[in-house]
Design a protein around this ligand. Structure first.
Ligand code: ADP
Ligand code: MG
Length: 723
């Protein structure tokens, strides 16, 4: 089955040519047990190496089952070695950290041997080499003879026709040597066994043939006895390791050298941490528009808010609202989006002083339990969670005021101590300041809060960008009508007024009065009602009505800016508070993207304030992109050197094992895969540990989970793969 014809092999080194083999012609058959002898340096090992495809040859031809090999590619040689050759060397190349059983088993595993029969077969082979009492002993604990037996068992596990042995008894006492030789003889009954030995005596009673080399030439080729009676042809199995086998092997590698693995994991953890941090910052910057101070159109740019209108600016029907509510990832629907741009004000305590400040209304559904410093989430309209910087504790009552049109500074609302608060809110929780770079504090309110009709009314009137009041007043001096606008009026519902009556605060009224009468309005005089044409406009509608101004609203002595009073019926008619513009609340900007796609597909107009690109946000994203790129290059350089030095060293320390794996039939390709899987496992473990640490560590909480929440599943996978 193997035939060498005039095979020559030379070694070239430093311009010196050494002769390995010269014109060797030999034929080998299955069933032979061949002793190769000769002095040291005569070419015995070279012959074995050529036969087993470890070395190439320069001249002549070697035939395997009649097939020429001189044109074999590296891959073909590899396949040949894998399928045909079992190695037994003098230095019993055994995996020390494996038991005898595992050493044999791995050979079966590499061949892709039926998993169910592996165990049985391994035990049988161990029995065959007489090691059953040492089956589960670590290889490192065995004697030389026992190791050599284990290696033979392993070579036998590989279902190959040729066993080559280079001085297999070189290190053994004569008793062990004889056992080994007997074992090899037994094996040769259906295989070709070629044994290189410098001790011909110990083998001469068993060998079927002796080949003696001298200076690379065959000087003797003598048949000593008949070879075993087997047919000289053998079909060789062709095998591939299954993916599960590869994973099994790498997992085993990971666990059998725990200290090495833990070290790798720790090193990788630093790398993962560095990447996680910079990627988190990047994601966060990309998620933010940088519009912390509100965009041109929207004050409240939380990433949870999606504004939805209809393209024809008509009112949403209940069915349509339900449809929107039912979209996946929508946590809540606010029927009056205007509320999110509405602010309320309250006293803020900072150190030893306090002042009035405005706060955004924010749906509490966006908070998770871990966002709370203390307390709980609100359960009804009067309960709120406040940002921790505001100085409130759980259990405090917060006196708040509708803020638009009455912007309070200083010591109290409008500097007046006696003003009754518009709202009494119970602080039930304090939140960590979760929205970074937010320029206003937030009051997190329950869903019910957004349904309160008084607040809705205040919000519509308050937010001038939604509803604008203006009146046409006949200017007597000019002889024409001029339009006066009432900015941010504070609406007072006064049901003692008739449906066509209206009152204004002093300042507005006085201007109107002056135009009509060309004189200041005198508070002492009786008020003479006059008619105006009032226009109430919003982006969605315009309502015009002729109304009679019947008096002054509020105390004219006080500076009360822009009041307007009317009864509820008139207000409802004019302001037409209806669902023209709603808000969908989602959990983060990534959900928002999905939801916006769905909304648009369903034929609505979606506006995403946090995503509105402004010059600032574009510049911000470019800068953060460049910064991230720079960080990545820096980091990758570090990663490269760290992993190159550390992991390479670790892999190098496994080199011997890998050579053994190869000698028992693992392909280079498979071992590369095992190495990659092993690295992947190391990284995955490090990755999980780091992200778990980031998630659960309270100390770095404030900085990190903010970033983690920007991660999508895809991002996690991305980081893992990059690593
Ligand atoms: P043996 O195993 O019989 O002791 P070898 O086959 O190892 O002999 O060596 C045969 C000849 O080839 C020797 O002269 C040796 O110096 C030379 N040789 C073997 N391997 C190499 C090598 N890798 N590089 C150069 N010369 C080598
Ligand atoms: Mg040798």
């Amino acid at each position: 089955m193997l035939r060498l014809e005039n095979v020559s092999k030379y070694y070239h080194s430093n311009d010196v040519v050494a002769l390995g083999l010269r014109k060797v012609s030999l034929e080998f058959k299955l069933g032979e047990f061949i002793a190769v002898t000769g002095e040291s340096g005569s070419g015995k090992s070279t012959l074995l190496n050529v036969i087993s495809g470890l070395d190439t040859y320069e001249d002549g031809e070697m035939y395997i089952n009649g097939e020429e090999t001189s044109y074999f590619s590296i891959d073909e040689w590899e396949t040949y070695r894998r399928q045909y050759i079992g190695f037994v060397f003098q230095s019993y190349n055994i995996i020390d950290s494996y038991s005898v059983y595992e050493n044999v088993l791995v050979a079966l595993q590499i061949q892709g041997y039926d998993p169910l029969k592996r165990k049985e077969r391994a035990l049988e082979l161990i029995r065959r080499v007489g090691l059953e009492s040492h089956t589960h002993h670590k290889a490192s604990k065995l004697s030389g003879g026992q190791k050599q037996r284990a290696v033979i068992a392993r070579a036998l596990a590989k279902d190959c026709p040729v066993i080559v042995c280079d001085e297999p008894t070189g290190n053994l006492d004569s008793e062990s040597s004889r056992n080994i030789i007997e074992l090899l003889k037994e094996i040769s009954e259906n295989k070709l066994v070629i044994v290189v030995t410098h001790n011909y005596d110990e083998i001469k009673d068993y060998a079927t043939r002796r080949i003696r080399l001298f200076d690379g030439e065959v000087v003797e080729d003598k048949v000593l006895r008949n070879r075993a009676d087997v047919e000289d042809s053998m079909s060789v199995p062709s095998y591939r390791m299954s993916f599960m086998n590869l994973v099994g092997m790498s997992t085993k590698n990971l666990f059998r050298t725990p200290r090495r693995s833990i070290f790798s994991i720790i090193v990788t953890m630093f790398v993962v941490l560095a990447f996680a941090l910079s990627f988190g910052v990047f994601k966060k910057n990309q998620g933010d528009t940088g519009n912390y101070y509100g965009s041109e159109y929207f004050q409240n740019v939380i990433e949870n808010r999606i504004i939805v209108t209809k393209f024809d600016d008509s009112v949403f029907s209940l069915t349509e609202l339900q449809e929107l509510r039912d979209i996946e990832d929508v946590m809540m629907l606010i029927e009056h989006d205007v509320l999110l741009d509405f602010v309320i004000s309250a006293e803020i305590e900072e150190y030893d002083w306090s002042y009035y400040e405005q706060m955004y209304l924010t749906p509490a559904v966006i908070l998770k339990d871990r966002d709370l410093r203390s307390g709980r989430l609100p359960q009804n309209a009067t309960e709120v969670v406040v940002d921790e910087g505001m100085g409130y504790k759980v259990g405090d009552q917060m006196e708040s005021f509708y803020s638009f049109g009455r912007y309070y500074y200083g010591e109290g609302p409008g500097g007046q101590a006696d003003v009754e608060p518009d709202l009494l809110l119970d602080v039930v929780g304090v939140s960590k300041d979760i929205i970074a770079n937010d320029w206003r504090y937030r009051v997190y309110v329950h869903e019910e809060f957004f349904k309160d009709s008084v607040i809705i009314g205040k919000a519509y009137i308050g937010a001038q960008s939604y509803i604008n009041f203006s009146a046409d007043i006949l200017d007597l001096a000019e002889g024409e009508f001029s339009e006066m606008s009432l900015w941010n009026p504070e609406l007072v519902i006064d049901n003692t007024l008739a449906d066509n009556e209206i009152k204004f605060g002093y300042d507005f009224l006085n201007q109107a009065y002056y135009m009509i009468h060309n004189a200041d309005y005198n508070l002492e005089e009786e008020f003479i009602p006059f008619d105006i044409d009032l226009h109430v406009t919003s982006s969605f509608f315009q309502n015009d009505k002729t109304l009679t101004v019947v008096g002054v609203e509020g105390d004219p002595e006080k500076y009360e800016y822009g009041k307007i009073a009317m009864n509820q019926t008139l207000y409802d008619e004019l302001a037409a508070i209806d669902k023209y513009q709603i808000a969908l609340i989602v959990s983060d900007s990534f959900d928002a993207d999905n939801v916006i796609d769905i909304i648009k597909a369903e034929g609505y107009n979606a506006i995403y304030p946090a995503g509105v690109e402004t010059y600032n946000s574009i510049v911000n994203n470019i800068i953060s992109g460049i910064w991230f790129g720079f960080l990545m290059i820096l980091l990758m350089t570090v990663v490269y050197f760290v992993s190159y030095l550390v992991l390479r060293n670790i892999q190098f320390s496994k080199k011997k094992d890998y050579l053994i794996f190869r000698s028992i039939g693992a392909s280079k390709n498979d071992l590369n895969k095992v190495t990659i899987i092993e690295l992947f496992q190391t990284v995955t473990i490090s990755f999980i540990l780091i992200y778990a640490l980031l998630y659960f560590n309270e100390i770095i909480y404030i900085y990190l989970p903010q970033q983690l929440k920007y991660y999508t599943i895809g991002n996690y996978i991305f980081v893992l793969l990059i690593m």
